[in-house]
Design a binder for this molecule. Structure first.
Ligand code: GAL
Length: 665
């Protein structure tokens, strides 16, 4: 087995040689060497080429390309090839096809056309994994196993009868009897009481709103169902290919929320993720940074792997914008700045046919004689120099809590505002910190919070008693705790905590809220020192709680909008934002909170549009500076710039769109 490339910052990507005649394979390897590509992910969508008929395998092509890659010095992240079943399998077993909320079958013809709980699909997928592990576990090119691909990208939730059966079993494990389930789901409402497990169905489309706890449990179940699939393939790899690391590529991007990755990380040896910039987002770059910080949080702060991103345009947005020249390098390094030690692209060579023929690649249709390929070659040279920081960690003293289950509950039916996205507060605060040069770890509430100087609890709508206690313990240990509107509202069954909102955090914050006044996407409310957006609440500050700003208009005029309860002794203060202040007001408030927590930015006087983080390893540290503007920017920092391969004495002059990575003295 080949070890993962560690001496350089590894570059690579999805490689689909089955789409090309063999002479192209030799050119591929030569070009990979030119661009300092040190790994490829191979075979992700190759099932129908590896097993063209049931139990008949064609491995010759994979043997050949693995040998060639090994000879060329390229490590392989070898797929189990089970991401998409071959046509013969779905023709023989149409019961493996997923079913949508209306009961319509999702037919073959695209990809990931399999039901998460199908025992038939599982059997065939495990059999193929067994064949591959048996044949290749000692192949010298093999460096890692890549199970399936982007679980749940297209096939979740599935509402078929098989899933209904598995859901009932899952519920029987979760609840000790139907009475407990009826209580948890609040079935006293709308005559929903179940008297037999067989009466329970997936939350298929109904006449009107489905029961929210039923919907929430179905999301939990669906995430667990796919996790079982990973576990099944992994068991085969552990048995037949022990010692070879196993990963599956997560999707820690804003628009993907189907899986509770917190539960998934124990099943992977390397946390890997895919990231694509969505142009329609209001702050695409900030979303990239949030995704990186979330991935690092899932990895427990350790370096992680960017399995896929794009060199330029994708193929699935309404208009697929090409990246700026230079952005291929800048985007890749933006992930490294957030802790990635491995950078992959989808895909190595741009396809000639199929749905992704207009998706960019390392080798575009124009061939290697192209600006994009030259940019990757340039990045390859930079990656060689960045090898010295591989293994270092991103410095952060701020935590932002992120809990997929709380997000699912907040996205449930019939909330006070269906227009308020569950991540609005988290991303606004993350962006404001990032604009100030302050890096945050995006972590689950079960992470160790006590080492952070500031802990942000952004719209943590559903919270368990245990997680609420962890937040209070962080404040007691000295952290400044910042809670935003619509947090701590419900328990793990999504039952509202009574006695005044925000139930789970009322004592910590010293506030009591009687009613929500959501504002919607276009509504605003004047504050004594700015403007509130999205949300407002009727807040009473309890004795001992300071009112920092009030509502200045509307039904809540004169009522507290932002409060602080000072901690006793060494405890930190607990800050409450009952609305989302405009950027300037939020920024000024965060300055006060950071000052109270003693948190400094990575560099002082960061120009607007420049992103910064610091990675360190013992006494050594590296400062990342990324200029996202189209003007030169000057930053007071010095060291040896590994991008320019030159010392910097005095301020760093960042070219428009330029990046510096300074080895600090
Ligand atoms: C990912 C997927 C890749 C490719 C890419 C295109 O979701 O894993 O196979 O389709 O998107 O952006």
């Amino acid at each position: 087995m080949r070890s993962w490339p560690t001496k350089t910052l590894a570059l690579g990507g999805d490689y689909n040689p089955e789409q090309w005649p063999r002479p192209v394979w030799d050119e591929d390897i030569e070009l990979m060497q030119r661009a300092n590509i040190s790994f490829v992910s191979l075979g992700i969508f190759s099932w129908s080429w590896l097993e063209p008929a049931k139990g008949e395998y064609e491995f010759e092509w994979l043997d050949t390309i693995l040998d060639k890659l090994h000879a060329g010095g390229i490590a392989v992240d070898l797929a189990t090839a089970t991401a998409t079943p071959p046509p013969w399998l779905s023709a023989a077993h149409p019961e493996i096809l997923p079913v949508d909320v209306d009961g319509h079958t999702l037919w073959p013809g695209s990809r990931q056309t399999w039901c998460p709980t199908s025992p038939v699909f599982r059997e065939y997928a495990v059999a193929l994994t067994r064949q591959l592990a048996t044949r290749y576990h000692e192949h010298p090119a093999l460096a890692m196993w890549h199970v399936s691909n982007e679980y749940a990208c297209h096939n979740l939730p599935c509402y078929c009868d098989e899933c209904a059966r598995h859901f009932r079993t899952w519920l029987q494990r979760r609840y000790e009897g139907l009475d407990v389930l009826n209580d948890a789901w609040g079935t006293a409402f709308w005559s929903q009481r179940y008297t037999d497990w067989e009466q329970i169905l997936p939350p298929r489309r109904s006449t009107t709103f489905n029961n929210p706890t039923h919907v929430l449990d179905y999301k939990r179940f669906s995430s667990d169902a796919l996790l079982e699939h990973l576990r099944a393939e992994r068991a085969v790899l552990d048995e037949l290919s022990p010692g070879v690391p196993v990963t599956t590529n997560f999707m820690t991007l804003d628009h993907f929320r189907h899986l509770d990755y917190t539960q998934w990380t124990p099943l992977v040896d390397v946390v890997s993720t895919d990231h694509y910039i969505v142009d329609a987002l209001p702050h695409p770059r900030a979303e990239l940074a949030y995704s990186g910080d979330l991935t690092r949080g899932l990895a427990g702060g350790a370096p992680w792997m960017l399995m896929e991103h794009s060199t330029s345009a994708v193929n699935w947005q309404p208009t697929n914008h090409a990246k700026d020249f230079g952005q291929t390098i800048r985007d890749a390094l933006a992930h490294v700045a957030r802790g990635a030690d491995t950078i992959g692209w989808f895909q190595w060579r741009q396809s000639r046919a199929g749905s992704e023929k207009f998706h960019s690649a390392v080798v575009p249709h124009a061939g290697a004689d192209s600006a994009r390929f030259r940019e990757v070659e340039e990045l390859g040279r930079i990656a060689g120099r960045l090898g010295e920081l591989v293994g270092s960690r991103v410095e952060s003293r701020v935590a932002i809590l992120h809990d997929y289950q709380a997000i699912w509950a907040a996205e449930g039916p019939c909330m006070p505002s269906s227009e308020l996205d569950a991540l609005t507060a988290a991303q606004a605060i993350h962006r404001a910190l990032h604009d100030r040069g302050v890096t945050a770890d995006v972590v689950h509430p079960s992470a160790d919070l006590t080492a952070y100087a500031v802990v942000v609890v952004p719209q943590l709508y559903l919270v368990t008693d245990e997680h609420a206690a962890a937040v209070a313990a962080a404040a007691a240990a000295g952290a400044q705790v910042v809670v935003t509107y619509f947090s701590g509202i419900s328990d793990e069954n999504d039952h509202v905590r009574l006695g005044g909102y925000p139930g789970a955090f009322r004592d910590l914050l010293g506030v009591r809220v009687e009613e929500f006044f959501p504002l919607g996407p276009d509504g605003t409310v004047a504050l004594a020192d700015g403007t509130g957006t999205w949300w407002s609440e009727d807040v009473t500050a309890l004795p001992g709680t300071d009112v920092l700003t009030t509502y200045a208009a509307g039904p809540l005029v004169g009522r507290p909008a932002v409060t602080r309860r000072a901690g006793e002794g060494d405890a930190g203060s607990a800050w409450y934002l009952s609305t989302l202040p405009d950027d300037a007001t939020l920024g000024a408030l965060l300055d006060d909170i950071l000052a109270a927590g003693g948190v400094e930015p990575a560099v002082a006087d960061l120009p607007r549009g420049v992103e910064t983080t610091r990675r360190s390893d013992g006494p050594r540290s590296w400062l990342f500076l990324l200029n996202h503007t189209d003007a030169e920017q000057v930053v007071a920092a010095n060291g040896y710039d590994l991008v320019a391969d030159a010392p910097v004495d005095g301020p760093v002059r960042l070219a428009p769109g330029g990046v510096a990575v300074l080895r600090e003295d």
